[in-house]
Write a protein that binds this ligand. Structure first.
Ligand code: FPP
Length: 251
């Protein structure tokens, strides 16, 4: 039985989030510059996005550039921005053919003009696509997002549109950049590190975490299938006990 057919398509995660890590190490292992790894990472982005859409995943969020990534050498930051512009331009056809809508989360105002413009254009061109939403986290971090949400909620309270007592988990959800999206059921991190690096901190409260040593430029369909199968073999209890879960789902 091949890997793909081991996936239960009735229990797919609706939202998968991925920390794409290991581009630099992948390149260095081959005696190449780090940028070579980022360039090859684009191929993985294409493969994983199209495979996810084909499988029936509704939301795929990719951590493409964190608020901390500005600390990298300037040439690498510039190259990543150029690569993003180039890729968005080049892959419009792939997004349209696969009926994928592009979205972005993060502080987009700090992206350079070319990058910002290309991103807006691609989001506009794909806005009617509905098979899957591909969300790029750009100049994003979970703490940044939580500070932004807190600021916005504070304004609501100060201006009298909401009382402090009314603030609930749902309120916070509504003020996050992911408002309206389901939380990721599965968070994948490639590249061998076992941490969440400030990604979707609020949203991954109940996500299943899957860490793999595979570097992002090597991450392909079979690696995604393995992650989904691993996820499907876990029991998600949300603080309850097994018997309650079995009853709820009539197992
Ligand atoms: C992490 O690898 C990767 C990034 C910071 C950038 C991710 C970018 C891409 C996959 C290419 C472009 C993406 C899109 C969406 C067009 P790393 O550099 O931290 O690797 P290392 O841990 O081995 O140093």
């Amino acid at each position: 039985m091949d890997l793909k057919s081991k996936i239960d398509t009735t229990r797919l995660p609706g939202h998968i989030a991925i920390i794409m890590d290991g581009n630099g190490r992948w390149a260095q292992k081959k005696g190449e510059a780090r940028l070579f790894g980022h360039q090859h990472g684009v191929e993985s982005v294409r493969k994983i996005a199209t495979t996810s859409a084909e499988l029936g995943i509704r939301y795929l969020t990719l951590y493409a550039f964190s608020t901390e990534n500005w600390k990298r050498p300037q040439y690498e930051v510039d190259a990543l921005m150029d690569l993003l512009v180039h890729t968005l331009n080049q892959e419009l056809d792939t997004l349209m053919k696969n009926n994928i809508r592009l979205k972005a989360i993060g502080d987009l105002s700090r992206l350079n003009t070319d990058c910002h413009k290309q991103l807006m254009q691609t989001m506009e061109s794909t806005s009617k696509n509905e098979r899957m939403e591909l969300i790029l986290a750009l100049n994003y971090s979970g703490r940044w997002e939580l500070c932004e949400a807190t600021r916005k909620i504070a304004v609501e309270v100060v201006e009298g549109r909401m009382s402090a007592e009314e603030i609930s988990s749902d309120t916070i959800d509504k003020f996050l950049s992911t408002a309206g999206m389901p939380e990721p059921e599965l968070l994948i991190r490639t590249g061998g590190e076992n941490r969440v690096s400030n990604f979707l901190l609020w949203q991954i409260a109940y996500s299943e975490l899957y860490f793999t040593n595979v570097f992002w430029p090597d991450f392909r369909e079979k690696d995604l299938y393995e992650a989904i199968i691993n996820y499907q073999n876990r029991e998600r209890r949300f603080g309850m006990i097994s018997e309650q879960i079995n009853q709820a789902f009539d197992k």
